[in-house]
Ligand binder design. Structure first.
Ligand code: PLP
Length: 382
């Protein structure tokens, strides 16, 4: 590793090198069958994911976005129905609500975990609330145990956006409860850079319990056909490829280890920040008690964020801003009538967050370089 080598945000080629043989065998196995859409590989993956999450069912689909769309379609939302969610997330969390004809109702996030807060969710409930859609942002689960019983008793669905948090968990009633197993349904993305990524697009809906939801999502992903060419309703075309499922089955076996490696990378950042005296100047991400953060992203809060990012870029350190504009301020949602100042924490985070390089294979010496450059920028640690 020379001084000038660029440090990437993530590097999938390093990961592929670790599983190349296994993955190649799986891919060739599928090519031999020439069975490409759904089928036995997808069914096997669905069973394995359901077992991993300890849920009744899992249904593969074409992307994380579609997983969200399908889960909400299964709720039969009507115009005027409200879904409570966060404005500080990836676009798809909110577009799936409006694409289903319902109205997103935002609740602001916590400045420490970046996640939507339980008390704010409960405060936003109205007679029109049909669902709550929390996002386990950057790999940390929201403490859903605080709201799940209340929502259930009021007949409000709980749909988890788990796109960034496969393998994250909370201890609930003395048991490990993984993301996607606490609410009614969980929506997963297998976009290549997610903690469990495939080699294209892919997604999955986990269904904790209700067999009706599982059947609805299964039908909806094949144009609403219970039986081929016989359509009970109008669904969408959102199937998972057998090739992607075969790749995911290999990678799922490594997920726990890779998530542990991400946690080690996170710990190392903390140690380095402390050594350099940076903890006064930046705010590292915090892990909530009672849970396991899987660090899909390692997102700090930094003063003079844009200048810092430019400085790092000049020194060959890649960083990213997730997300620069909260969703209540996006042009396409202006009809909802929100204005700047409505969600001050989300707006502050949009100005301060910076995602540092984070992937299981990130080297200690690379992390040292990242932290040294940050220290250089702030003029400390000399
Ligand atoms: C990635 C992501 C999605 C969408 O997943 P795709 O597979 O890219 O469609 C949804 N929500 C969140 C929070 C995400 O990070």
């Amino acid at each position: 590793m020379t001084e000038n080598t660029k440090i990437p945000s993530f590097d999938l080629t390093r990961n592929y090198a670790r599983v190349k043989e296994e993955v190649n065998v799986a891919v060739l196995r599928v090519l031999d069958t020439q069975h490409f859409i759904l089928g036995p590989e997808v069914e096997a993956l669905e069973k394995e994911i359901a077992a991993y999450l300890e849920v009744k069912n899992a249904v593969g689909c074409a992307s994380g976005t579609d997983a969200l769309v399908l889960a909400l379609m299964a709720l039969d939302l009507k115009p005027g129905d409200e879904v409570i969610t966060t404005p500080f997330t990836f676009f798809a969390t909110v577009s799936c609500i409006t694409r289903n004809g319902a109205t997103p109702v935002f609740a602001d996030v916590d400045p420490v975990t970046y996640n939507i807060k339980s008390e704010d969710i409960l405060a936003k409930i109205t007679p029109r609330t049909r669902a709550v859609l929390p996002v386990h942002l950057f790999g940390q689960m929201c403490p859903l145990e605080e709201i799940k019983d209340e929502l259930k008793s009021r007949g409000i669905a709980l749909i988890e956006d788990c796109a960034q948090a496969i393998g994250a968990h909370r201890m609930i009633d003395g048991r490990v409860a993984r993301s996607g197993s606490v609410g009614d349904m969980g929506c997963f993305s297998f976009f290549p850079t997610k903690n469990l990524g495939c080699y294209g697009d892919g997604g999955m809906v986990s269904i904790a319990d209700n067999p009706e939801f599982a059947q609805r999502v299964k039908n909806l992903r094949v144009h609403g056909a219970g039986k081929t060419y016989f359509h009970e309703e109008v669904g969408i075309n959102s199937r998972l490829d057998a090739l992607q499922a075969a790749i995911l089955r290999v990678r799922l076996r490594h997920l726990e280890g890779w998530n542990e490696e991400r946690r080690i990378v996170a710990e190392r950042y903390m140690t380095l920040f402390a050594e350099k005296g940076l903890l006064e100047l930046i705010t590292p991400p915090a892990e909530l008690a009672g849970g396991r953060h899987v660090y899909h992203q390692y997102v700090i809060r930094a003063q003079r964020r844009d200048e810092l990012q430019k400085f790092l870029d000049e020194r060959g350190v890649t960083s990213r801003v997730y997300y620069p504009l909260p969703l209540h301020l996006q042009h396409c949602f202006s009809y909802l009538g929100y204005a700047k100042g409505d969600f001050p924490v989300s707006e502050m985070l949009a100005d301060e967050v910076l995602a540092l390089p984070m992937f299981p294979e990130l080297l200690p010496e690379e992390q040292e370089r990242v932290v040294n450059e940050i220290a250089d920028f702030y003029g400390v640690g000399k």
